[in-house]
Write a protein that binds this ligand. Structure first.
Ligand SMILES: [Zn+2]
Length: 204
């Protein structure tokens, strides 16, 4: 666990006193190994091909609301305001800490040009280095993050994975923003533009 990563976000180091753990039974969550998720993904792709991507994403969507509810209780247990009342830097740092504590990886959350949020992890739990997928493939995670951040914004948001360890990336990176913005980014990527250039272009 990295306690000082909020420093890179320009936030105060307010995690030094964090002690409240996740309470899985109270949040109707279960703990299971990363290997189970990876085995499920592999079996679904083996038997269903690309259809598995959508099914995994739907599973992630279903997780978004209860995981966000757990995040609300987790922040409250530590004496912080409700997520909707947090400052942006504080929210990003707390969300990163929550996902780290949840076992998803050494997560950081930043902003790209004020247009989209970027969630990164060099050890994201759904990724499979060495599998050489032709495209980013953490579909369960994309669904989860889209729904989770939609609850934060109280508006429908989308998540697009633009870098992935499963297709040779050094980390997994998800862009989170409005559906229209992510569609515009995706369309530019489809013409050969890299996502960073697309974000910069759209941000003006
Ligand atoms: Zn990935």
């Amino acid at each position: 666990m990295r306690r000082n990563s909020c420093a890179v976000l320009g936030a105060e180091p307010f995690f030094e006193s964090v002690t409240a753990p996740l309470n899985l039974p109270a949040d109707a969550l279960v703990a299971f190994p990363r290997e189970s998720l990876l085995a499920l993904r592999a079996a679904m792709r083996r038997d269903a091909g690309d259809a598995a991507d959508t099914w995994l994403q739907e599973g992630g969507f279903a997780a978004g609301a209860p995981v966000f509810a757990a995040f609300e209780r987790w922040t409250a247990a530590q004496g912080f305001d409700a997520p909707s009342a947090l400052g942006l830097d504080q929210f990003r740092a707390l969300a990163a800490q929550f996902f780290r504590d949840s076992g998803w990886g050494d997560v950081t959350v930043t902003s790209l040009h004020g247009l989209v949020a970027a969630l990164d992890a060099p050890d994201w739990a759904e990724s499979e280095p060495g599998t050489a997928f032709p495209y980013p493939s953490c579909h369960y995670s994309a669904g989860l993050l889209a729904e989770f951040f939609s609850h934060v914004a109280d508006a429908p948001l989308a998540a697009l994975e633009v870098e992935c360890r499963s297709c040779g990336g050094a980390h997994c990176r998800f862009l989170i923003g409005s559906q229209s913005v992510l569609t515009a980014i995706y369309e530019r990527m489809s013409t050969g533009m890299d996502y960073a250039g697309a974000v910069a272009l759209l941000a003006g």
